[in-house]
Design a binder for this molecule. Sequence first.
Ligand code: THU
Length: 158
Amino acid sequence: MDCTLVIHYVRHEFSEEALGKDNFNLAQQARQATFTAYSPYSHFCVGAAVLLDNGETVCGSNQENAAFGAGTCAERTALFYAHAHQPDVPVAAIAIAARKEGEDFTLTPISPCGICRQALVEAETRAGHPIRVLLCGRNEVWEFATVKDILPFTFESF
Ligand code: THU
């Protein structure tokens, strides 16, 4: 039996009019966070902005290490910081932006790595409601209504 999986997402122009105030602000904060990246090995700067249900925003960036495996992605930096400081406040949304060091933001949005997607799934379970995911390119933003849309066939604990 052949099965087809359809993933729904919305492509918005990167503007306040197209995105709405909240999503636009979050996308801008993700962009800003790329400037705090510590990425002397990859020279790739990633920023993530996490919006909490209480309206606060927490930002993070990738933090690399000479022992490569010790480094952390922007998404988990922001997510774990948020949960470590406000464990009872659910995550509402996350925006992610990236650029090569010294260059403009990537034309095509980047997508979280597998480990970060898994961490986001857990955050969604913790939140008890879907987490909006905004993948931000230079001129457009791809909006996913739930983390499940970027990690289908999700593993969750039994
Ligand atoms: N990186 C992130 O921070 N987030 C992603 O979604 C993909 C990759 C980081 C890890 C590493 O520091 C650099 O980008 C190059 O892979």
